[in-house]
Design a protein. Structure first.
Length: 332
C-alpha cells in the first residue's frame, strides 16, 4: 500500500517515473534561463522529499517499513538530488542535467570523462558544457548520412580533452595510452610512420565535445533511398575533388571534415570501452582533413589484428572503399 501510494504521488509530482514518458520537463528546456530550469527542478525535488517524509510518518507504519522506505532507491535518489542542489549553482545544475539527458539518449555512444577513466584509467579534467546545438531533437531526427536511422544510433559523441592526466592531449599521447591495451591497442596502427607528422603531436587547444558518424554513408543504401541522385550522396571510390563536391552539395551545412585525432580518438575509445561493434566498419578507410606526405589526405581505416590503420603515404588514389571523415559542425 505504501509503495503504491509513493509511486502515485511521485507521478503526480513529475518525478523519475515520468523520465521517459514524453512529459514536458522544464528543467531540460534549454530555451529557459538557467535560473528557471534550476527552480523548476528544485520544486520537484522538494515535493518528492516531502512526500517521502510524509510516508515515513503515516499512521500504522512499522519500524521495519520505515527503514525499508529510507533504503528504497527512490528515497536515496531524491535525497541525493537534494544534496547536489544545495552545492550547485544554476549553471552547474544545467550542465549536469544536460549531460545526463544526452547520455541517456545516446547510451554507449556517449564517450565522456567516465569512458576515459574506464577505458584508459586516466582523468581528463572537468568536461566543458555540452554545446547548445546538441539537443534531444537533433539526436532523435533521421540521419541524413544513414537514412532510416536516428542520429543517436549512427553517431558517437566523444569528449576531446585538452589534457590527459595533466599532460597535453594529442594523437601521440593517444598512442601511448593504447600501448599497453589488449586487442586493438597491442599496436595502435597497422602502418607505422605517422608519429613524426606535424599533426601527430599538435596539442588539443581546449576540451570539446565532438559528434562524429560511426560509419561512412553506404553507397548501396543511398542508391536505394535516392534513386535519382544516390550516386552523388556517398563518398566511396571518388577522388578528393569529387568527395569535396559531395560534401559541398549535400552535407556542408551540418558537417565539417574531421581531423585525424578526432577519428582515432572516437574509434579507439569506443573500442576499449564498448568492445564492439567497432567504428568505421570492416572495409572502409576515411580521408581526414589533414594532407599527407604525397599531396593527398591522411587515411584512418578499419581495425586489423594489429590495430587501427593510419596511413600517411597513400590516400586511396580514387580507388577502393575510401570515404570521407566528417564531424558535426558547431553552431554559433
Amino acid at each position: 500500500m505504501i509503495k503504491q501510494e509513493a509511486k502515485t504521488k511521485q507521478e503526480m509530482a513529475g518525478g523519475r517515473e515520468l523520465s521517459t514518458a514524453g512529459a514536458y520537463r522544464p528543467w531540460e528546456d534549454r530555451s529557459l534561463s538557467a535560473q528557471e530550469r534550476h527552480k523548476s527542478y528544485k520544486t520537484v525535488v522538494q515535493s518528492n522529499v516531502e512526500r517521502i517524509l510524509e510516508l515515513s510518518k503515516c499512521e500504522g507504519i512499522t519500524l521495519q517499513e520505515r527503514k525499508a522506505l529510507m533504503k528504497d532507491p527512490d528515497t536515496q535518489f531524491w535525497a541525493h538530488e537534494q544534496k547536489l542542489l544545495l552545492n550547485e549553482t544554476a549553471e552547474q545544475f544545467c550542465e549536469r542535467i544536460d549531460r545526463e539527458v544526452i547520455r541517456e539518449i545516446m547510451g554507449k555512444n556517449f564517450l565522456g570523462a567516465k569512458a576515459w577513466e574506464e577505458g584508459f584509467g586516466v582523468t581528463v579534467g572537468t568536461p566543458p558544457p555540452l554545446p547548445e546545438w546538441l539537443t534531444r531533437e537533433l539526436l532523435e531526427e533521421e540521419c541524413q548520412l544513414h537514412p532510416g536511422e536516428q542520429v543517436k544510433d549512427t553517431h558517437v559523441l566523444v569528449l576531446m580533452p585538452k589534457t590527459v592526466n595533466g599532460e597535453p592531449y594529442s594523437a601521440v599521447e593517444l598512442d601511448k595510452l593504447c600501448a599497453g591495451k589488449k586487442g586493438s591497442g597491442d599496436r595502435l596502427i597497422y602502418y607505422e610512420g605517422w608519429q613524426s607528422e606535424s599533426w601527430a603531436d599538435t596539442p588539443q587547444v581546449e576540451s570539446e565535445w565532438v559528434l562524429l558518424p560511426k560509419l561512412d554513408p553506404v553507397p548501396e543504401k543511398m542508391k536505394e533511398v535516392y534513386p535519382s541522385d544516390g550516386e552523388s550522396r556517398h563518398f566511396r571510390s571518388k577522388n578528393i575533388s569529387a568527395q569535396e563536391d559531395v560534401h559541398k552539395n549535400h552535407y556542408s551545412k551540418d558537417y565539417r571534415e574531421a581531423k585525424v585525432v578526432e577519428v582515432m580518438t572516437a574509434a579507439l575509445l569506443n573500442d576499449v570501452v564498448n568492445g564492439g561493434p567497432r567504428m568505421l566498419g570492416g572495409t572502409t578507410d576515411l580521408r581526414c582533413v589533414e594532407p599527407n606526405s604525397s599531396g593527398g589526405r591522411v587515411l584512418v581505416g578499419y581495425f586489423y589484428a594489429d590495430g587501427l590503420r593510419v596511413r600517411v603515404g597513400y590516400d586511396g588514389g580514387g580507388y577502393g572503399d575510401v570515404g570521407c571523415a566528417l564531424a558535426r559542425k558547431s553552431k554559433s
